[in-house]
Design a binder for this molecule. Sequence first.
Ligand SMILES: Nc1ncnc2c1ncn2[C@@H]1O[C@H](COP(=O)(O)OP(=O)(O)O)[C@@H](O)[C@H]1O
Ligand SMILES: [Mg+2]
Length: 331
Amino acid sequence: MPMGIFCVTGWGKSSFVRCKVIPLLREAGYGVVVFDWKGDDYVPYADRLKARVLKLHEITYLGPESGATYIIKKARNFGFSSGSALLNNLEAVLTEVLEDASQARIASSEELRAYIESKVENRLPGVVDKKYLSLCLARFRAYFRRLDPRIFELLIEAGKKKPKEVIELAKEEGVVIIDLSGWEPEEKLTAFLTLAEHVWYKMNVLKERVGVAFVIDEAPQYCPYQPKGLQEETTRMIESLCALGRSYGLPIVVISQGMRGDIGINAAVRRNINTWFIGKVHPLDREEAQNMLPGVDIDFLQSLEVGHFYFYGNMCPSPVPLLIRFSIEGC
Ligand SMILES: Nc1ncnc2c1ncn2[C@@H]1O[C@H](COP(=O)(O)OP(=O)(O)O)[C@@H](O)[C@H]1O
Ligand SMILES: [Mg+2]
């Protein structure tokens, strides 16, 4: 059931998914969760898709531990080298303060920011050697004050939609678009992982059917050829979602301008895809496209117009690749 849609940018991938793939998944009885990386491929069409749009900060909550790691990362280690004793002390204090903050049920990001600042300043003298205290306080203040105020929105639990609720919403209302625009790749991938971990748990531990499809547009952002940092987690996650999704009703739609190598998606994810839609590809992908599309003339593939794809694989009723086209009228 994992599907891959590939062609060069501007040749109609996102439109095809919007106009054909999502309605098809709906007809087959699935709810759909769409991850809109830049917020401009699906969000503007929410009405026509009868979709609910949720912004990244409405679904992302980082608990005390990951919250402390996140603040430290954003504050560039407060100027300390990673693993240093002072940074470890600071991390311990931050984690404690975030735990207290979650007990205190702080509801606004401004309030949380002020709370963290004053509590950390109060507690540092108790854990940091006197010799280093003024340095530590000065660095903490300097870097903390430079933090983007919006990051505190991700550290507040009140009012957040839980992953379970998002998946339920997709089932009940049909389509949920996650608007990832306006955040750094790191936060976008974290938001993705929040939902992905929930469905992973549902399938792998509870052995429950999901009944919701995941649409991952701009897939190389999540599972590139060579994943780095958080991408290593998202790549592994997408690979296991593809594998589990077949048995537990979680179709995965992966959309990418490149198939293989630097511009492509990770090989482990690509191997799981069993239904292909391939339009005009990047010159570097000629060979891969030829492997995937037996009997198709690659020069002809490269001459295809916008909105034309070869359809091949498990879901295709034909034993040879079928050339299909679609219209964007009315969608
Ligand atoms: N089947 C189609 N017929 C006519 N125009 C199309 C078709 N599919 C896409 N387009 C147009 O091509 C442009 C790029 O489409 P888009 O879906 O954003 O491509 P991609 O996601 O591959 O970059 C858009 O302006 C879109 O309206
Ligand atoms: Mg696109």
